[in-house]
Design a protein around this ligand. Structure first.
Ligand code: UT7
Length: 331
């Protein structure tokens, strides 16, 4: 008997219409379009207007994913974010309510840029346990609310956006079935990506910038390549694949140079490495589903492609999994 698996049934994304180009940032910070493109591959990113929060973006992305899955109801909502509407309560219940989903379980997962991979593991667990037959998983980020507009080392990197996936119970041998999800963390390096203030350790800023996102970029870069390649190899092996079987790599979009190094490390030619970082920047936990939604729409990923998903970020935390791309309705 084939095991009860978690199967991708729909995908959708939403970007706020506001666009911040490198020229916009160049006009207010000591940076240049040339530096940003050369060191990150980013050309522009999207940003919300004042007053728009993670739940607003999530509702838009979820509506599109539900349409793609031809569903109006799910059994659980899992939301991943580093920028919740408020510290408490979780943002997912508000999203479920606004989508008219009734009293379904709804909760947030906090794993910074690896949130979507952690969310896939949670969705798989809910399905395997029989708690839910249909899970709506959404990554939604408003990084413009936590990035210091005066910090050139982070202000050029991040963008706002949301993307959602509908996952349903199915069998392991059908297209869209998730392979084993590999996850990991290393809290010894927790300070490499952090917001020092605002938690129970330090409620108020003690120094300027303490309430903003901070990152030791070049050190994070090294960990990112190592951890994503290691997790990718483990996920591919756990799925019974070889690296040569991978048709598309859908990796967290943090830096075009990381994508290049990761592809080279895994022996994947550039044409198999999906990328949209030039147009959206780093959208945190929305990054992988946003990439997949856009690739599905423009033919970058097609039914039958064997896709390797991986992400890395603050925690440190990372993850990887596999699936064969299913035939989905366009979102
Ligand atoms: O999403 C979670 C995971 N995140 C990541 O994986 C991000 C990983 N890290 C990176 O993508 C890169 O480290 C960055 C893009 C953040 C930085 O690139 P880098 O090549 O590692 O630069 P760096 O931090 O080593 O800095 C090199 C120089 C420094 O100047 P000095 O000290 O050599 O004079 C920085 O001050 O580049 C300077 N710099 C900039 N210059 C112009 C840093 N940011 C900028 C900037 N414009 N925006």
């Amino acid at each position: 008997m084939t095991r009860r698996a978690c199967v991708l049934a729909g995908i959708g994304a939403w970007l706020p219409p506001g666009v911040v180009t490198n020229a916009d940032i160049e006009a207010r910070l000591a940076t240049s379009d040339e530096w940003i493109r050369r060191r990150t591959g980013i050309r522009q990113r999207h940003a919300v207007q004042d007053g728009m929060a993670a739940s607003d973006l999530a509702v838009e992305a979820c509506a599109r994913a539900l349409k793609s899955a031809e569903l109006s109801q799910v059994d659980a909502v899992v939301l991943t974010t580093s920028t919740p509407d408020r510290p408490l309560p979780a943002t997912a219940p508000a999203v479920a309510a606004r989508l008219g989903l009734g009293p379904v379980p709804a909760f947030d997962v906090s794993a910074v840029c690896s949130g979507f991979l952690y969310g896939l593991a949670v969705a798989s667990g809910l399905v395997a346990a029989g708690t839910a037959d249909r899970v709506l998983l959404v990554g939604s980020e408003v990084y413009s609310s936590i990035v210091d507009p005066l910090d050139r080392s982070t202000a050029v990197l991040f963008g706002d956006g949301a993307a959602a996936a509908v996952l349903r119970a199915g069998s392991a041998d059908e297209p869209g079935a998730l392979g084993p999800v590999v996850l990991g963390s290393d809290g010894d390096f927790g300070d490499l990506i952090r917001i020092p203030a605002g938690g129970s350790r330090q409620r108020a800023p003690a120094a300027p910038g303490d309430d903003y996102f901070q990152m030791a970029g070049s050190e994070v870069f090294r960990h990112a390549v190592n951890r994503m390649s290691e997790a990718s190899r483990q996920a591919v092996a756990a799925a019974g694949w070889r690296l040569a079987d991978v048709d598309r790599l859908a990796a967290h979009q943090a830096n075009a140079r990381i994508l290049g190094a990761l592809g080279a490390e895994l022996g994947l030619p550039p044409c198999r490495v999906l990328s949209n970082i030039d147009a959206v920047g780093n959208t945190g936990s929305a990054s992988v589903p946003l990439l997949l939604a856009q690739a599905a729409a423009d033919g970058g990923v097609a039914p039958g492609h064997r896709v390797l998903l991986t992400a890395f970020g603050g925690g440190l935390a990372w993850g990887a999994t596999t699936l064969t791309w299913p035939a989905l309705l366009p979102c």
